[in-house]
Structures are given as C-alpha cells and as structure tokens.
Design a protein around this ligand. Sequence first.
Ligand code: NAD
Length: 457
Amino acid sequence: RQRAAFRVGAPDYERRRAALRALLNALVDRREEFVAAVNEDFGGRARQETLALELVPLTDGIRYALRHLASWMKPRREVAALNFLPASTQVVAQPLGVVGVIGAWNYPVLLSLSPVVDALAAGNHVLLKPSELAPRTAELLKDFLGSLFNAEHVAVVSGGAEVAAAFAALPFDHLLFTGSTRVGKLVMRAASEHLTPVTLELGGKSPAIIHREFPLRTAAERILTGKLYNAGQTCLAPDYVLVHESQRDEFLRLAAEVTQQLYPTLAGNPDYTHIINREHYERLAEYLREAADLGARVMPLSVHAEGCNAESRVFVPAAVLDAPDNAQVMSEEIFGPVLPIMTYRELDDALAYVNARPRPLALYYFDWNTSRVERVLSATTSGGVTVNDVIYHIAQNNLPFGGVGASGIGAYHGRTGFETFSHRKAVLVQKRFSALQFIRPPYGAMASRVIKFLLRK
Ligand code: NAD
C-alpha cells in the first residue's frame, strides 16, 4: 500500500513540511508521554535524559530540516563538460520510495524517529520497526505516528527478532538499521536479496585517549559524565580509557570522585538509569566476573551498592584495571557502566592499540595541543570524533552521523540524511545546437581535429 501510494504521488515540498511540522508539534506536546514510556521500559530512566538526550536532538533536527529543506531540494545545476556545450546538467534529489527503519532500544525515541525525520524530509514513505526491548515506547510510537499520518505514508510494525528478520527481507528502497554489528550482518544479508541499499548504524568499542598534559580532572569529569548517561547504554559512550601509565591511579581516584559527585547514591536515585533488562544486567556482571578470573582488578566507582542487583537492575559503576585482551570486557562492546582503564607509554603506542582493532564508532582525544590533535585525527579512523569531550559530535546537524568498517555503513542527520534517503539523479539536457555533431560518421578532418584537441595533455 505504501508503494502504491508513493507511485500515485511522492510527497512534495508542502507535504514534507507539513509532516515535519506535525511531528515537531506533537513531540513537544506529548513529551511527557515519551518520558513515562521510556521510564517504564528501563524500570527507571532519568527524565532529563529522555528530554535532553532524545527529544531535544530530535526536535532540533526537525527544525533544522524545516529551515534547510527548500535548499536541499533545489536541483543543483552546472554547465556540461566543454565538448558537450551548450548542454546543461543538473542533479535532482528524488525520493527513493518506501524506506524501512529498524530502531534500537537504548534511545528508543531518538533512534526510531530521527531516521524517520530524514526519510520524510527526503519525500519517502516510511515503515518503522522499533525495538521489542522497549515495548512501551514501541506501542507509544505506533499510537503517536498513527495519530499523525495515514498508514500509506508512515506505519509502525511491532514484534521481536522474527518480525525484524521478516522486515529486513522486505523489498524496501532503502533500509536503515541501528543495532549491533552481529545483527547488522544479518540485515545486510537479507537486504541483498532485493539489492536494497542499507545504512547500518552499529556500535563498537569507542576509545577515549587522554594526553598526559591535559588536566586529568576535566577529562575524568567529561568522560564519566558521558559514560554514565543512560548507565552506559549509549552507542557513543567512551568504552575504555587510555591514560599515560604515570596517571592511571590518579585517573581512577578522580573517576570515583566524579562518580560520587554525579550520583551521590545509586538505587532510588532518579538520575541514575537502570539496565534495560535482566539479561543485559547479567551480561555486564559476567564481564566483571570473567575479567577478575583472568587477573584484572575490578574497582567499584561508588560505595553505594545497597539495592543494586539483577532485580532492581541498578548496576554499580566500575573501573577495570589490567584487563587482558581476551577478556570480554576488552573484546566486546561494553554497553553499560563499566570502564576499563588501559595505559600507554608513548602516544603512538595508544594509537597503535586503537588501530590494531576494529574501527570504532567514535574516538575521543583530550589534548589542548592542536598539532597533536591533527596528528591523532589523521592517524586514526572512526565514525566520528569529539575532541576534549565525548559524544557531542552526534548532536550537530551539520555533521554526518555514522560508523566506518565494523561500526557501520553510511550516515544520516541533516543534509547527509536527506541525501541518504534520496536518489541523486543525473540529468543532461541537450540543446538545439550540439558540439557532438562534429564527431559523427563519416569521420573527416574536422572529427580528427576535435578529437586531437580533446586528447591534449
Ligand atoms: P541488536 O542488534 O541486538 O538489535 C537491534 C534490533 O535488531 C532489534 O529491534 C531487533 O528486533 C532487530 N533484529 C534482531 N534480529 C534481527 C534479524 N535477524 N534481522 C533484522 N533485525 C533483527 O542491538 P541492540 O541490543 O538493540 O543495541 C545495541 C547495539 O546497537 C550496540 O552495539 C550499540 O552500539 C548499537 N547502537 C548503535 C547506534 C548508532 O547509532 N550507531 C545507536 C544505538 C545502538
């Protein structure tokens, strides 16, 4: 039905604006419903995190799209290559058709609706499959989008992994998936059947490297703040820290101090988000158990462990020292409030460590020295970088957001998102007079002269 509706008439500028406007207004009006649904799904999620980390970037992205949509949609005209003059060329951004979006549970509003916003701005019809791990938010998204759009334009499908697998096998014109690298491979395999282009927003182990000249307290404050948002269940969370070997113990002390300042208590503290479900809680606990068994030192970053258990799903933030490479805490993405602290002697050793591993979604480097920053930027490859802080490059509408290598394929947000969900159609318009008439058979002296000129050095 979506495909048939698209064929009858793809949304024009006015309809796209109306769709974005309706989304923006309804998101602001119904924000408390989203806060409540996400809070229920997590069994406790800081209200400010849902507002500031989900609804603020989402509404900001919609306002940005509304502001720039006209210029994005304008065909880009250029003159043709010399020998084709006076023909003209243009690139026309055209909606692809029906776009599929598979969302993740960790920021279930943002990571479901942000791709929808970009796909609607580009004039597509959209089918969304939110994550089954945040079922109340998924239900709310269904009700929310159902109240704003008819199902031929935007529809929501709910269900678990089986539905998701069937969803990925649909003949979409583009499919955007947010989730793990493991499932990303399954999605790409399913999409290949129809040659459906994919955008894969995956994860990975994003390192934070601190240069020894950078104020350690500032680094600890910024890293721990970003790490403990959503209790570490953030694709862009700094996964592990690389500090100079002379500063490890001081960093550990500061990390505990900062954690205490941010979260004076844990269980019952409305600012501290719970782990999404028991399985993920157990997974994190198992990472720590295994690391300790393999000789690592696990250091709780808070003394308030009472009430923190698999039942409440409140996880005590912890640092891990001397973790061996084969421990899961060093081989798997952590996705929780656990922070391995690794050391380096020379900056090049830290860069070599990072470069010997799969390309991360983000890299964080703390250093006021701009020439060293340039060196780190050119010596490493990651989806994005925030220098002297963590995470915030995601919130810039003028920056593409996506991974590279194991952390993803393609990108969205702002103009990049518009282009991801558009076909950039190449158009050449021939004129009454065409220079090509000089090189057609029977080939004579004129054709030879023209070809000789075109073949010059
Ligand atoms: P996941 O890969 O386990 O699941 C994500 C979604 O995939 C779910 O909605 C599920 O229904 C669906 N799914 C399951 N099996 C499928 C199949 N065979 N085919 C198609 N879809 C299937 O990931 P998760 O646990 O929800 O999220 C955690 C991971 O996501 C982490 O690796 C994290 O870094 C990453 N992530 C990335 C971003 C980003 O923007 N790059 C954002 C958030 C999370």
